[in-house]
Design a binder for this molecule. Structure first.
Ligand code: ADP
Ligand code: MG
Ligand code: ZN
Length: 498
């Protein structure tokens, strides 16, 4: 439960300007680790992907993964950063069980990529996000705490260590302080991380899955009294592992800091933990407890000196920014600007693209993701791509409609069944006998029965009141349990009555 005093968000914004600072960790999708040849595959048996190098055993020597350097440079270029012509790794010394070497190999004052900027859009307003640096480092292992109720170290009986993740390549992207976002601050942070996710996915260098931890965000924020130019004291909220929670956590911190300042208090510089369930932050380590990492250049690794030619070659491989790509897709698909904006906001772009790639026309693909499936995701409070249906399956449903095997109404129930884990659309249609009745004699029999049961309606139609057909179509569809092609039924009724 939250114990914090909170001030109304709009009230805070009326008196203070929020300043943001975002630190985003991206786990690269290289086949092997940063400094050894161990596999990086997610989900393997604990400690099955380790070796003397990533376990930091005495005498082992690291070697830099060239692909990881390439991916990092490409990320830097996409962020419009300068790329260092010469830079070194550094040891960040700390003692913790998730790091057997007792230091993390990172970069300190010589980052590979620095001084970039990217543009994002929120509420049709453009914001430029200044990038301080994008540097390479390695991930730590993972602690699993057993015996407690919360899964946290406090109250646990014992802890287990899994070093499969130790040494997996990371890029940390750090912004400069972001000013001037006002009430949009939480949305700007979300849009920026969304931009990073989409851009890095387009680069193909990471899975960028927040729920699996391959994209992680620490959100710093401080408040500056309006008109002031002196930065306020920031807090750094960790553990925010969805786009939604970035926005919520920042909103919370802004309201909390607002209340502290309004009551004449001082914001304490500390890390805070975001609690997804309760929707609040709680204090972590304060600055006074911060460690001295005693950074120094890594003596076991040669410096990185990417040649200008190589950087130029890599520059050729940088895709258009997401916004440019979106505009191109909008033209290709014939979506209106509003439709496209909704699609992007709902994070349905990739899903629609994949659905189209799997053979569906664009408009139906948009319709499925933005209506029925969006409702499901909303109700479950999850992202669209976490639904238990794939773009391929949506395309298959649409193909069944286009081939006349099922109609729209049946398609909706097929989608429900896919979401319930009953199999692929084709199988479901077969198992549940959902294919439309195309046997004309069966349809005709049902039509004859309905006409006989509704002689007055039939008379009206015979007399030329064609609108009355609707009532009969409904009855026929009911008789066929919805498994008929309504247009065909209409045709046959009219033919029967003329
Ligand atoms: P740390 O090592 O404490 O995480 P970093 O420099 O790596 O510090 O990251 C701090 C982040 O917060 C950066 O994005 C930085 O631009 C931003 N930042 C620094 N000072 C402030 C402030 N007063 N208010 C908001 N953000 C800040
Ligand atoms: Mg940091
Ligand atoms: Zn290894």
């Amino acid at each position: 439960m939250s114990v914090d005093e909170l001030m109304d968000f709009d009230e805070v914004i009326a008196s203070y300007d929020p300043v943001l600072g975002l630190e985003v960790h991206v786990e690269l999708n290289t086949a092997s680790k940063m400094f050894c040849s161990c596999s990086t595959l997610f989900g393997a048996d604990p400690n099955s992907q380790t070796c003397p190098v990533c376990l930091g055993l005495p005498g082992s020597l690291p070697v830099v993964n060239g692909k990881a350097v390439e991916s990092s440079i490409r990320i830097g270029l996409a962020l419009n950063c300068s790329i260092a012509q010469w830079c070194r790794f550094a040891r960040k010394n700390y003692f913790y069980p998730d790091m057997t070497k007792n230091f993390q190999t990172s970069q300190y004052d010589e980052p590979l990529c620095f001084d970039g900027e990217v543009d994002i859009e929120v509420n049709q307003q453009r914001f430029t996000i200044p990038i301080e640096r994008a540097h390479m480092e390695e991930d730590a292992g993972k602690s699993v705490h057993r015996g407690g109720t919360t899964g946290r170290i406090l109250g646990a009986d014992y802890s287990l260590m899994d070093y499969n993740r130790a040494g997996v390549p990371l890029v940390e992207i750090v912004t400069k302080p972001i000013f001037g976002t006002g009430a949009d601050a939480p949305a700007v942070a979300r849009a920026y991380v969304t931009f990073l996710r989409d851009m890095i996915r387009d680069l193909g260098v990471s899975d960028v899955r927040m729920e699996q931890g391959s994209l992680r965000c620490d959100a710093n924020v401080s408040l500056m009294p309006k008109g002031s130019t002196t930065l306020g004291t920031r807090t750094e909220t960790k553990n925010v592992n969805s786009l939604r929670s970035i926005e919520k956590a920042l909103r919370y911190e802004i309201c909390r800091q607002g209340a502290v300042l309004a009551s004449g208090g001082r914001v304490i510089q500390e890390t805070r933990h975001w609690h997804e369930d309760g929707g609040f932050t709680s204090p972590g380590r304060s600055k006074e407890q911060a460690e001295d990492y005693r950074y120094f250049p890594e003596p076991d690794l040669v410096p990185i000196a990417p040649s200008p030619q190589w950087i130029d070659e890599l520059r050729q491989t940088i895709p258009d920014p997401p916004a440019v790509r979106q505009a191109a897709l909008r033209d290709l698909w014939g979506f209106t600007e509003l439709e496209m904006r909704d699609v992007v906001a709902a994070q349905a772009l990739e899903l629609i693209e994949a659905t189209v790639q799997a053979g569906s026309p664009a408009h139906p693909a948009r319709k499925w993701w933005m209506t029925q499936l969006a409702r499901h995701a909303n109700a479950a409070q999850i992202e669209l791509d976490q639904l238990a249906i794939s773009p391929q399956q949506v395309a298959e449903v649409q193909a069944l409609i286009d081939q006349g095997v099922i109609n729209d109404k049946v398609a909706r129930s097929v989608i429900e069944s896919v979401l319930d884990g009953e199999g692929n659309p084709g199988e479901i249609v077969q198992k549940q006998g959902l294919a439309v009745v195309s046997d004309s004699s069966l349809l005709q029999a049902a039509i004859d029965e309905v006409i006989a049961a509704n002689p007055d309606v039939a008379d009206k139609i015979r007399a030329g009141k064609v609108q009355a057909v609707g009532a009969l179509i409904g009855s026929v569809m009911t008789a066929m349990s919805g498994k008929a092609d309504a247009a065909k039924v209409r045709e046959m009724i009219v033919a029967s009555l003329s």
